[in-house]
Unconditional design. Structure first.
Length: 559
């Protein structure tokens, strides 16, 4: 751990030197010979392209599970391997008109106005080690907007701060425009055949989801971590195995959640200034008797570092028992926050389709009997599919896919807790606060207690795509029932949106774009000025979200 801390201090104090070194290295490399082998977690154009190719070509060409990302050893172009390779140049411009609406965008923040992201770097690889330096930079306009109001009574406001006090998801990231630098998708690892170990700051993604993941996704910036993971599947007599064990450092945002200072001063529980120790493990298995089936488990523990001991069990709590009777009732004061999920992905190449799910539990079960009889306690889940239809007359593919993510507490809360209040949503905890990094959730990025359903239909040809997307977002449902109960005047805040998708490749340049029209029904649970108790009417808010990404590939010369 001393080496880990020293490295963090070194890179923080030598940031300018690292930046100069990367640009000096780039200037010494022949750009025509560059190649990237790592697809960053959450890079949707590439992940979608390779995942679709797996359905079309079959597992004999690609047995990757897509449950452990970033994807390594996936060639983006056909150039020859070199010791020095440039990563693609990534840029994203995002705009939100009246309120934030986006997630899964890494270093970028929930932002109103314009926001610009850029990332670029290089990889040095040899037989036994690999160094990738790919920093990221974001500039955000970060305008103020109409968020949770200060006009509700104290009971409703306290209910809202319940979710802010046991998580870390500020409405606005400070005042005025902001700029952020991160070491981003960087790593330095030792390699041995199909295994690597080392230090990284890159985003990771665990689970089969296309838009969301219950444990780790690309919603927040990557966090510094020590990792031991597979680079590609390990072949055994039983089947293929992929996995990762990591130790990481998570930070709180240190920001007030509300845009009203008087509310923050009255209701907010301040951060203690400490960082959180993270230990996590993921295993994915593909049995040789069912080549299209991938299933596995994720488990994470986080804890404020000042509350952690120094024994092996304190450093690696992922090996503790799952049952409360074995773990110990007296250990709640240690402030450990556990999440565990199981997942499965089933490929049906003959039908050019896939089905998947992920199911998670946030709290220890009393024992195995309670876990079986009461599986809905403290749970969240994701289900999704993808189907490819060949349109031979047009020489294109019709892609139909969808996903539903559900975090809202189940009806189990009626049994466990008094009234409709419930307790904690997915990614929340009493002592460790949220499963977050710098104010953004590490897994599902739609907010505590929220649910979302996404459906897409598009025509695709390699990286080219034109399509439509339908999305329904149920905002902070756990807060709604805690604050408003079953009254009829204030209705749930639901976002209905229609999106238009357009991707296009021109030689080395890939464009990926989305324009989304969003109608926020009962926005922030507000009532229309003409509303009356006899004829209640919610206040709606229309907004626009647009995103344009450009990816430039440095390919080998054709001559």
């Amino acid at each position: 751990m001393k080496l880990f801390r020293q490295f963090l201090i070194l890179i923080s104090s030598r940031r300018k030197i690292f930046i100069r070194a990367i640009f000096l290295s780039v200037s010494l490399i022949n750009l025509n010979k560059a190649q990237s082998q790592i697809v960053p977690a959450g890079n949707r154009p590439f992940e979608e392209y390779f995942r679709r190719g797996q359905l079309m070509e079959g597992l004999e060409h690609n047995s990757y599970s897509f449950t452990l990302r970033p994807m390594v050893n996936f060639s983006i172009n056909d150039s020859i391997k070199q010791n020095f390779n440039l990563t693609p140049l990534y840029t994203t411009t995002e705009f939100n008109s009246n309120r934030p609406y986006s997630w899964g965008n890494g270093l970028m923040i929930p932002n109103t106005g314009l926001q610009q992201y850029i990332s670029f770097g290089l990889v040095f690889t040899s037989k036994f080690f690999e160094i990738q330096f790919q920093p990221e930079f974001v500039l955000a306009e970060n305008k103020s907007y109409f968020g949770f109001p200060d006009t509700f009574d104290e009971r409703i406001t306290r209910a809202r701060f319940h979710f802010w006090n046991y998580s870390d998801v500020p409405e606005r990231f400070g005042e005025g425009s902001i700029s952020k630098f991160s070491f981003g998708q960087s790593k330095a690892v030792l390699k041995f055949k199909k295994i690597e170990m080392g230090l990284a700051s890159q985003n990771i993604w665990w689970g089969p989801g296309q838009w969301n993941a219950l444990t780790f996704s690309s919603n927040s910036r990557g966090f510094p971590h020590l990792t031991l993971n597979t680079r590609e599947s390990l072949n055994t007599f039983l089947g293929n195995i992929e996995g990762q064990i990591l130790i990481g450092r998570l930070e709180n945002s240190g920001m007030f959640p509300s845009q009203f200072d008087d509310l923050n001063l009255r209701f907010f529980r301040r951060f203690n200034g400490d960082w959180r120790y993270l230990n996590a493990m993921m295993i994915s298995f593909n049995p040789k008797w069912i080549p299209g089936l991938f299933f596995g488990i994720n488990r994470t523990y986080q804890q404020y570092n000042e509350m952690r001991g120094n024994s092996f069990r304190e450093f690696f709590p992922i090996f503790d028992p799952f049952q409360k009777t074995e773990f110990g009732f007296d250990r709640d004061s240690e402030g450990r926050d556990q999440q565990a999920t199981v997942f499965a992905r089933l490929l049906i190449p003959n039908a050019k389709a896939e089905l998947y799910f992920e199911y998670g539990r946030r709290d220890h079960a009393f024992n195995w009997r309670e876990a079986i009889l009461n599986p809905e306690h403290a749970r969240a889940y994701i289900i999704g599919f993808k189907k490819i239809i060949e349109l031979k007359e047009h020489n294109k593919l019709l892609q139909v896919r969808g996903e539903s993510t559900h975090q809202q507490e189940s009806v189990n809360r009626f049994i466990r807790y008094e009234g409709l209040a419930g307790r904690y949503s997915w990614h929340m905890h009493q002592l460790a606060r949220g499963f977050v990094n710098y104010g953004e959730q590490l897994g599902v990025g739609i907010g505590p207690g929220s649910n979302v359903q996404t459906f897409e239909v598009s025509l695709v040809d390699k990286f080219d795509k034109i399509g439509v997307l339908f999305e329904r977002l149920e905002n902070h449902q756990d807060f709604y029932y805690r604050a408003f109960g079953q009254q009829k005047e204030h209705q749930p805040w639901i976002d209905l949106s229609l999106g238009f998708l357009f991707n296009k490749q021109w030689n080395n340049l890939i464009l990926s774009s989305r324009l989304q029209l969003i109608n926020g029904s009962n926005y922030q649970w507000q009532l229309h000025p003409d509303s009356t108790p006899q004829f209640p009417r919610g206040q709606n808010l229309f907004s626009i979200h647009s995103q344009v990404s450009l990816i430039y590939l440095f390919q080998k010369s054709k001559d």
